[in-house]
Design a protein around this ligand. Sequence first.
Ligand SMILES: Cc1cc2nc3c(=O)[nH]c(=O)nc-3n(C[C@H](O)[C@H](O)[C@H](O)COP(=O)(O)OP(=O)(O)OC[C@H]3O[C@@H](n4cnc5c(N)ncnc54)[C@H](O)[C@@H]3O)c2cc1C
Length: 451
Amino acid sequence: MKADIAIIGAGSSGAAAACLLAQKGYQVVLLERRNQENAGARWINDVPPWMFEYAGIEMPEPPEKVVDFAPFVLRTQNGKGRVYIDQRPMWGIDMRLLIKRLHQKAEKLGVTLIDQCQITDVIIKNNRPIQIALKRNDFLGKSQQMTYKANLFVDASGVTQALLRKVPALDAICPQLPPQSYIHASQGVFEIIDRAGAKNYLETLGEQTGTFICFPAIEGGYSTLMLYINPNFDHVDILTGVVNDGHHGTGETLIHTFRKAQAWIGDRILGGSARIPLHRPYNQFVTEGAALIGDAACHVFPAHGSGVGSGMIAARMLTDAISQYDDPGRLEALWQYQARFQKDRGAVHAAYHVFSTMIQSMSEDDVKKLIEKGLMTKENIISSLNQQLPVPGIESILSMLVGSASAPFIAFKFLTQFPKLAAASVLFSYYPDKAEGLSNHSWKMISSLME
Ligand SMILES: Cc1cc2nc3c(=O)[nH]c(=O)nc-3n(C[C@H](O)[C@H](O)[C@H](O)COP(=O)(O)OP(=O)(O)OC[C@H]3O[C@@H](n4cnc5c(N)ncnc54)[C@H](O)[C@@H]3O)c2cc1C
């Protein structure tokens, strides 16, 4: 069989790409390892709405949009450090419904969606993938073999990197990340079985329902627990994330420990767990005939492991770039996509990668001090939630100056990252427009200083 473009992975990135590419008239096949109904994230994710608009994906409406802009508080457990934001710039999205909507749209646009299939082989000619072999199990468990030829293969398979590891030219430029470059995250929506208990818990904290309450460094370094009790006290959403460095538990163990201490929390209604790459995008994520998007390319905002918006934006940039060329797999076309992503989003991701690496090296006490001493300011937190570079205003600068005077050691550690942050955004704005630009290695050498 033959298509213009074969996309591996029907999660939010792959499904968005399928829609956008089919809209441009490409014949697209979307290949998914799981059942179609189980593709991609199966929980509630928070996404800044501007990212849908930028990606050209229709804005979610309820019931897909489960939470509007809502209050957010970043606090230490004892409440001595507390930064309150009356409207966090994100919406809560039911990913199951977003992905279903994208699949339905893709199929309406003529995309062929094949689920329950695995890539068994990739045929390479002159360093370029030209055909993939697939094995599909039907509902009776019978296995079926098929092959697909395409001009472009897109790896949107998330952390599995299913195509990437089978295409030597990609494998050579996208190294395996070490375990500590991932976080293990879990999300769950749980029933509230004792409203009085939930009310009491909030009263003890001095917080309100309908507020996202985020405890950073709950186990030191990069380990977070965030909860949201809905205004009717029907359910509580819990999100946890822990760096995968072997010293901490997993997202799931954090949820387990928290639930054990809170008897008012009942059964899980929905949710799931997975690893997320907490790294800036690979320096290169395209080769002749193949491109990566989404988690597969580390298109994840490193401050909080958010990849839904970036994956959709990557899909949009890929579509815009290749539609200018006859051959969608031509390196020149794919390079346009890569350069646009690096200049625009890569800069922001690289800057926050510096920041999240610093947080990973901190103890729980260090992070507490950052909040208590006013070094983590409201403006900085809003920028981070909105996945934008911080532009500190007078209030932030004053708060950081006062904080620095009372906690000079931690302030030094924190504030010395700012020049690196600025350097990262400048460096990425100079990402080479052509493949030859990377051949002298100077850009790569400088970018390695951002690690
Ligand atoms: C608990 C948790 C909470 C999160 N919260 C947020 C949040 O609030 N906001 C946010 O933006 N992000 C969040 N994220 C991250 C977000 O879920 C991911 O960045 C996003 O799902 C990435 O989308 P993707 O399509 O690139 O990859 P995935 O969602 O991983 O989809 C990849 C798809 O490829 C399929 N696949 C894998 N291997 C193969 C193969 N060999 N052949 C065919 N198909 C294959 C998979 O089955 C899957 O359907 C969270 C992640 C977790 C785990």
